[in-house]
Design a protein around this ligand. Structure first.
Ligand SMILES: Nc1ncnc2c1ncn2[C@@H]1O[C@H](COP(=O)(O)OP(=O)(O)OP(=O)(O)O)[C@@H](O)[C@H]1O
Length: 430
């Protein structure tokens, strides 16, 4: 398989709903879902399920992909898309119904409850047990022991059975064990969401180290797009059990975020019965064009782009509305807001108007951006007719080669929402 560590071919997983026997192992998320389910059942008549007795259901169908050593792969998709099922198959917790997988190397996954951690054993005992499962000797585990305990911050509870741990402590220890015991492939489900923000940050840093410094492979499922964007170098989007898009996290996230409502990079309310707006103005359409005048989801960092908006003024207005655009990055930082220069006091005829704004090349940083489209009247106080938040999503790509805002020879990430070309002067003064 050369440097391919995971190859998945035509994988399918069928469940029989209603007659499904319990899986032998449950994941931490299953456990949480089960709790929510039993709570829901309290409100159901006789606690009985309303499902038909026999129903075949394909949680995954015809899934094929390859993952290379050192890749940091994000798997995203809506609830029920099949993400956990895929992770369970890769972790050998569940058998596929059809298809093949080949995996090169030891896998540690942070989704198992049944396999790795034993509830009656203490934190200390579980660390040794997990090391042994991964094929490590006692001396090897001992070497890693202090690091694991320090990372998980469970010193005081090392000799307490893990069944007494809070869910946060449990996940901290489980992550620390999985990440430090040197598996070749680390699979992490979104259980990290249980931890606090600071712990999540440390986990992301650790996963980055595992992949970049140690050359190991990380597969990460999350609903938190900023986490996927900052950790992963490739991404799969699952929908109804199928991989519908794969590629760079930026373009896959942009596609995902605009999916289901409109095509990527554009929005069209012309046949909608309730477009955003009020008695003064309503939004009709919005879209993004690249330098060649094509509607596009991906725009190169060193190419200009144009944002368009069409809106309908419904009646002659006493003043002129401001069309304005609000740019946000994928961590929800506002990059900037820009408005057209108009004379707010001149009346405007009813009709359809088009506003456009040119964003220069070498201005935004690379990454996913969303644009909110708005029309505001200012003739008697501030009156917002509509603000369609995140209406447009696009991805600024950085091909690295030949990009002038990188400086010479630097190929790593560059922080910041913007990466503008500014006027510099450097001279010898003494
Ligand atoms: N043991 C099971 N028996 C029957 N159906 C199942 C079983 N496990 C999962 N499913 C179904 O398979 C589909 C995919 O589930 P899966 O948990 O893989 O989705 P997911 O993408 O991880 O969703 P989420 O983001 O909500 O965790 C869902 O419709 C789910 O109800």
């Amino acid at each position: 398989m050369s440097d391919t560590v995971i190859r998945v071919e035509n994988l399918g997983k069928k469940y029989i709903i209603g007659h499904q026997r319990r899986e032998r192992y449950t994941t931490l998320r299953d456990m949480m879902a089960e709790k929510a389910r039993s709570f829901g059942q309290m409100f159901r008549r006789n606690g009985k399920e309303d499902y038909p007795t026999h129903e075949e259901f394909w949680a995954l169908k015809d899934v094929s992909f390859e993952i290379k050593q050192g890749d940091r792969v994000g798997i995203i998709g809506r609830n029920g898309a099949g993400k956990s099922t895929l992770l369970k198959i890769l972790s050998r917790i569940t058998e596929p119904t059809e298809g093949r997988i080949s995996i090169k190397g030891r896998v540690a996954s942070l989704l198992e409850v049944g396999t790795g951690f034993h509830p009656e054993l203490t934190g200390r005992e579980n660390i040794y047990l997990n090391g042994a499962i991964l094929g490590m000797g006692k001396a090897e585990i001992k070497k890693k022991f202090d690091e694991i305990v320090a990372f998980a911050e469970v010193e005081k509870f090392l000799d307490t059975p893990v069944k007494r741990y809070s869910s946060g402590m449990y996940v901290r220890l489980a992550f620390a064990v999985a990440a430090h015991l040197e598996p070749e492939i680390l699979i992490v489900d979104e259980v990290l969401a249980v931890g606090d923000a600071q712990f999540q940050k440390r986990c992301l840093g650790k996963m980055e180290d595992v992949a970049e410094k140690e050359g190991r492979t990380v597969i990460f499922v999350s609903h938190a797009m900023p986490m996927i964007a900052s950790l992963c170098n490739s991404c799969f989007l699952l929908k109804h059990g199928e991989v519908i898009k794969e590629g760079s996290p930026g373009s896959v996230i942009a596609y995902y975020q605009s999916d289901g409502q409109h095509s990527p990079g554009s929005v069209d309310y012309t046949s909608s019965p309730s477009p955003p707006g009020d008695h003064l103005a309503v939004l009709r359409r919005g879209w993004i064009e690249n330098e060649k005048g094509e509607q596009s989801l991906d725009v190169r960092i060193d190419e200009p782009l144009t944002v368009y908006m069409e809106y309908e003024v419904q009646q002659k207005t006493p003043g002129t509305p401001y069309p304005n655009f609000h740019f946000y990055d994928d961590k929800n930082n506002c990059a900037f807001v820009t408005a057209a220069m108009v004379d707010i006091n001149s009346p405007l005829e009813e009709g359809v108007y088009r506003a456009l704004c040119h964003i220069p090349a070498n201005f935004l940083n690379d990454g996913v951006y969303s644009v909110g489209l708005a029309v505001t009247f200012m003739h008697s106080g501030v009156h917002v007719s509509f603000y369609d938040q995140s209406a447009l999503v696009f991805n600024v790509t950085d091909p690295i080669e030949g990009v002038i805002t990188r400086g010479m020879g630097y190929v790593g990430p560059i922080p910041g929402v913007l990466r503008p070309v500014l006027d510099w002067n450097v001279e010898k003064i003494a």
